[in-house]
Design a protein. Structure first.
Ligand code: NDP
Ligand code: 2IT
Length: 445
């Protein structure tokens, strides 16, 4: 490893103790961009480019008190990490999940910076959330939490400053409660959040965008290698926003999707997952995915197991970070899987990623493949600024072009550094080059 890169990695570990996911994300980027750094080492050192890249511009942590339906008070911790604004206002989701902590927020905000650069849209990188667990909470409790969370967060966000959206545990319902409270506090009707309802400033396609984008870029990558989603057997993990619309688009493109999952287990439906049933269980009843077998008796549910044990051609991990480890990767390869396209953020461990690459499995990292969601968020921001709305077909066409553009950048950046086919390196290099150029243009800030 180049000495400068090693020094920065050591510094990141020392300054951010107990944040293994952040270390993992930074290490992957630094490993990838090493050939670029080697070429420009003197300039980067003099301008402390890497030191600035790994340090968030601002990181906010705050108390979120709220009362449950029995009048009992709870205190959660809220975060917003505003990582990099070289390319535009901070942009990135909010996650409500018990695992949320400073380290997971830093990793997600760091990744978001490069992802957003790849979209070509004018957006910087940020992320936020809370260790609040929405599971089993009533609508009123979720509303009370969202209102308290926004009462603090509103001081730090704005349509030209920082524009949050959804992520794990934050969907249309939560964005509504958050938006209502923002408006009440500021008296402004403005595009401060994306993923809004279609009647109050939301964009068509935003709900579907991440999952659809995963399939669009998967098809680009497969086509470049003489393959296609049409007729492929696909395994999907998760059953939330990203997973649901990845299943739907993959099926529209002719694939047979045989699994969905949640943190308890997975469903295997050899006849193809019925996406309407998944939506009914997850979006309407907010129940566990195991319910699926009650409605589709020919499907099976495997408690405590992961979808990666089934035979498939293409795997789409759409749940959470590090959900696919080396053992899972070995199972997938042994069963003939030839492509992995990440719908979640960093769902594949580093060991599993290295194994896929060694085995010549086509591998597209999340910061490229799940960028469709934030890309359509940027289109929603543009519509809000212009006080206009666009048709489903228009926005979907833009999404397809953006995903095609990301594929081209990622594959050609890898070729530029003699690493053709290494899309992890390609995505990191292409994102890095854009962010660093803007940072250089804007001086020592
Ligand atoms: P949702 O909250 O809608 O869904 C998350 C899904 O993942 C649920 O089915 C959840 O099940 C499952 N899950 C959580 N933890 C695990 C686990 N340990 N093992 C298996 N399944 C698990 O979130 P999203 O679909 O929005 O987000 C999914 C991923 O995609 C995240 O990594 C997110 O950062 C990323 N992403 C999301 C975007 C978006 O637009 N929403 C954009 C780009 C990336 P359970 O109910 O059991 O927790
Ligand atoms: O990880 C992500 O890109 C998201 N959760 C979507 C962010 C956004 O601002 O739409």
């Amino acid at each position: 490893m180049l000495k400068y890169v090693r020094e920065v990695m050591d510094m990141v570990r020392e300054m951010n103790p107990g944040e293994p996911e952040f270390h993992q994300a930074v290490k992957e980027v630094l490993d990838s961009i090493e050939p670029v750094v080697r070429k420009h080492e003197k300039e980067y050192r003099a301008n402390r480019v890497l030191e600035r890249l790994v340090e968030p511009e601002r990181s906010i942590s705050f108390r979120v008190p709220w009362a449950d339906d029995h009048g009992r008070l709870h205190v959660n911790r809220g975060f917003r990490v505003q990582f990099n604004s070289a390319l535009g206002p901070y942009k990135g989701g909010l996650r409500f999940h018990p695992s949320v902590c400073r380290g997971s927020m830093q990793f997600l905000a760091f990744e978001q910076t490069f992802k957003n650069a790849l979209t070509g849209q004018p957006i910087g990188g940020g992320k936020g959330g809370s260790n609040f667990n929405p599971k089993g909470k009533s609508d009123r409790e979720v509303m009370a939490f969202c209102q308290s969370f926004m009462t603090e967060l509103h001081k730090y966000i704005g349509p030209n400053e920082d524009v949050p959206a959804g992520d794990i545990g934050v969907g249309g319902r939560e964005i509504g409660y958050l938006y209502g409270q923002y408006k009440r506090l500021t008296n402004q009707y403005e595009g401060v959040l994306t993923g809004k309802g279609l009647d109050w400033g939301g964009s068509l396609v935003r709900t579907e965008a991440t999952g659809y984008g995963v399939c669009y870029i998967a098809e680009e990558m497969l086509n470049a290698h003489g393959k296609t989603l049409n007729g492929a057997v696909v395994a999907v993990s998760g059953s939330g926003n990203v997973a649901t619309y990845a299943v739907q688009k993959a099926q529209q493109m002719g694939a047979k999707v045989v699994t969905v999952s949640d943190s308890n287990g997975y469903i295997y439906d050899p006849d193809g997952i019925k996406v309407d049933i998944v939506k009914e269980i997850k979006e309407v009843r907010r129940a566990r995915i195991s319910e699926y077998v009650k409605m589709v008796p020919t499907a099976t549910y495997r408690d405590g197991k992961k979808a990666w044990e089934v035979k498939c051609d293409v795997a789409l991990p759409c749940a959470i970070q590090n959900e696919l480890n080396l053992d899972d990767a070995m199972d997938l390869v042994a069963n003939g899987c030839y492509a992995v396209v990440e719908g979640a953020n960093m769902p594949t461990t580093r060991e599993a990623t290295d194994y896929f690459q060694k085995k010549k499995v086509l591998f597209m990292p999340g910061k490229a493949s799940n960028a469709g969601g934030v890309a359509v968020s940027a289109l929603e921001m543009a519509q809000n600024s212009m006080r206009t709305r666009r048709s489903f077909e228009d926005v979907d066409a833009d999404l397809q072009n953006i995903m095609k553009g990301i594929w081209q950048q990622v594959s050609s950046a890898a070729e530029d550094y003699d690493m053709a086919g290494n899309y992890v390196a390609g995505a990191n290099i292409a994102g890095f080059r854009k962010v660093v150029k803007a940072m250089r243009d804007q001086g020592w800030v």
